[in-house]
Design a protein around this ligand. Structure first.
Ligand code: CTP
Length: 129
């Protein structure tokens, strides 16, 4: 069984999120999603996501293609998560291209094209206007 992992905040869940999650699952048989915790988002961006972590992780857990969800508590723990969940493939959107190459010694690393013209940031901007 090929085990796949992907990470993200998945705030204000949108079609770009669904596309990458479905395409990540297609890379293997078992999909694990690391949903970044509220605290991790705050430490990266000095603001909390619109939807709290329990809501974001429940939405991801409810997807048919998702087999397991956990909270990503720290960016420094990626290799620990990859080992803990016995991951074969790490999938990320190509906005992260090259930034996870260091994990190629422990698993396959795949970057997928982002879905054009949508992001959580853009949704927030549109609603604000
Ligand atoms: N993603 C994607 N296509 C999009 C938006 C996101 O493939 N249009 C992917 C990202 O590359 C990442 C995952 O979805 O692998 C989670 O991204 P996240 O940062 O949570 O979503 P964004 O919409 O990019 O949020 P933000 O605008 O806050 O960066």
């Amino acid at each position: 069984m090929r085990r796949v992992i992907t990470f993200g905040t998945f705030d204000l869940f949108h079609i770009g999120h669904l596309n990458i999650i479905e395409r990540a699952k297609a890379k293997g048989d078992y999909l694990i999603v690391g949903v970044s915790s509220d605290q991790l988002n705050y430490s990266k961006k000095q603001k909390y996501p619109v939807c709290p972590e329990d809501s974001r992780s429940r939405i991801i857990s409810a997807l048919q293609v998702v087999d397991e969800v956990f909270f990503e508590e720290s960016l420094e723990l990626k290799s620990e998560y990859i080992k803990k969940y016995k991951v074969d493939v790490l999938v990320m959107g190509d906005d992260w291209k090259g930034r996870f190459d260091e994990f190629e010694s422990i698993c396959e690393v795949v970057y997928l094209d982002r879905t054009p013209s949508i992001s959580t940031t853009e949704i927030i901007e549109i609603i604000k206007k």
